[in-house]
Design a protein around this ligand. Structure first.
Ligand code: NDP
Length: 449
């Protein structure tokens, strides 16, 4: 019988060979594969069924041209992607990212992570992800609409309420979802509310979807802290980013009695010793779409620094990276640890580099990995799908109670799996294993497909 470690290494090498130059995808695959060694040792049936070989190859990858015309009348072309990674436990589900850095590696790492995250939520949703290398910054509403309509004109051939249900991610919020929904409806006819989530409340969106990822991350970290007799109350928190996830992580952490001292955007970060004024951040980022540097004009006692990485040198009890992948490197992790950080909760996807995760784990810092800690967004997206199917709307309180329960369950299931497979307290290993087993069992039951 093949030894589990050899099996994992062999498949990982094959993934690297088949997907050259896709470093983010390799990074995500390696982390999950390494965590699964104890699972294969205990259950060789997963090796016999070629689960790793199959789960690391997307069921389908769609790449397409997105032509559009800018405000000057110039023809522009971007590249669109949709990776339909795994539909073992439900239709593909995962966000759309508009950012100039988008490429196959980034969409595949996100799609791969999404398989396990979606499984962890307990909802019947498979894994997918999409996007385009389009930069929404500085574009007019008209340009955003024309680009988004062109993007959906192609994407609409591959999605549907029981096939693949996209949502938002970096650069895709309520405005872009609205344009996508309008174009999908125009082409398909009929009113298929369940084809997208993150919709406006006026046309089938769920209350609390906007808040869900940020709130969910804080609920998850709250559970981690509770187990050690700690809490948000009275603690200092640093949150990177100032987008959807960051804003609602700041809101919930503040509601729970923490002081959030800093946040950022891709140009720099602000430090406010009095605690970030969230109303200002919301207006600047959600309404006026301005840079975070503008904050100090209204709050002169606060400080602005160019560059993103320095935010991790601000002493804090709890760090919530909520911007983008690989934003915490080994050096930043060491600085956080030296400054006494007690917990790190990943609101963004894969924000900590592997060396940073190792540093947190080996220094006994509480570490909430992305696929568990930020699963609240997709969980409430699944609740939005349920409400669309039933043609009713739950109240904000009802959705929040369900979100809170889901985050507690994810925490408990991850802790339980970590314990059962010999890594007590290691939520990274626990989340990977708990997310994997359900998908792997479904794949075994459905045969070699
Ligand atoms: P937004 O576009 O709303 O905000 C992203 C924030 O991160 C902005 O402040 C942005 O700054 C900053 N940022 C983006 N790219 C970079 C970069 N390369 N370097 C530094 N800062 C950067 O996105 P979301 O808040 O929705 O997403 C943030 C993270 O959370 C992503 O990793 C996403 O995949 C993850 N996530 C999101 C979910 C959701 O429901 N929205 C669900 C689960 C995970 P700027 O404005 O300057 O671009």
């Amino acid at each position: 019988m093949q030894v589990a470690k050899d099996y994992v290494n062999e498949v990982y090498e094959a993934v690297k060979k088949r997907n050259p130059n896709e470093s983010e995808f390799h990074q995500a695959v390696k982390e999950i594969f390494d965590s699964l060694v104890p699972v294969f040792t205990k259950h060789p049936k997963y090796m016999d069924n070629g689960i790793l070989e199959r789960i690391s190859e997307p069921e389908r990858i769609i790449t397409f041209r997105v032509p559009w015309v800018d405000d000057q009348g110039k023809v522009r072309v971007n590249r669109g992607f949709r990776v339909q990674f795994n539909s073992s436990i439900g239709p593909y589900k995962g966000g759309i990212r508009f950012h100039p850095s988008v490429n196959a590696s980034i969409i595949k790492f996100l799609g791969f992570e999404q398989i396990f995250k979606n499984s962890l939520t307990g909802q019947p949703i498979g894994g997918g992800k999409g996007g385009a290398d389009f930069d929404p910054k500085g574009k007019s509403d008209g340009e955003i609409m024309r680009f988004t309509q062109s993007f959906m004109t192609e994407l609409c051939k591959y999605i549907g309420p029981d096939i693949d249900i996209p949502a938002g991610d970096i650069g895709v919020g309520a405005r872009e979802i609205g344009f996508m929904f309008g174009q999908y409806k125009r082409i398909h006819g009929g009113y298929e509310a369940g084809v997208l989530t993150g919709k406006g409340l006026e046309y089938g969106g769920s209350l609390n979807r906007t808040e869900a990822t940020g709130y969910g991350t804080v609920y998850f970290v709250e559970e981690m802290l509770k187990d050690k007799g700690l809490s948000f109350a009275g603690s200092t928190v640093v949150v990177s980013g100032s987008g959807n996830v960051a804003i609602y992580a700041i809101e919930k952490a503040t509601q729970l009695g923490a002081k959030v001292a800093a946040c950022s955007d891709s140009n720099g970060y602000i430090y406010d010793p009095n605690g970030i004024n969230l109303e200002t951040v919301k207006r600047l980022k959600e309404v006026e779409r301005k840079r975070i540097s503008e904050y100090v004009k209204e709050h002169p006692h606060a400080e602005y620094y160019e560059g993103c990485i320095g935010i991790w040198s601000i002493p804090c009890d709890i760090a919530l990276p909520c911007a983008t992948q690989n934003e915490i490197n080994d050096v930043s992790a060491q600085i956080l640890i030296a400054n006494g950080v007690k917990a790190v909760g990943e609101g963004a996807n894969m924000p900590s580099k592997p060396e940073a995760i190792n540093a947190f784990l080996s220094n006994n810092i509480l570490f909430g990995p992305a696929k568990a800690a930020n699963a609240g967004g997709v969980a409430v997206s699944a609740l939005e799908m349920a409400q669309n199917s039933m043609r009713l709307s739950w109240t904000s309180e009802e959705v929040d109670v369900k979100l809170h329960e889901i985050m507690i369950n994810i925490y408990q299931n991850s802790m339980k799996a970590a314990e059962e497979y010999g890594y007590p307290g290691n939520l990274m290993v626990g989340a990977n294993i708990a997310g994997f087993i359900k998908v792997a069992d479904a794949m075994v039951m459905q045969g070699i497909i």
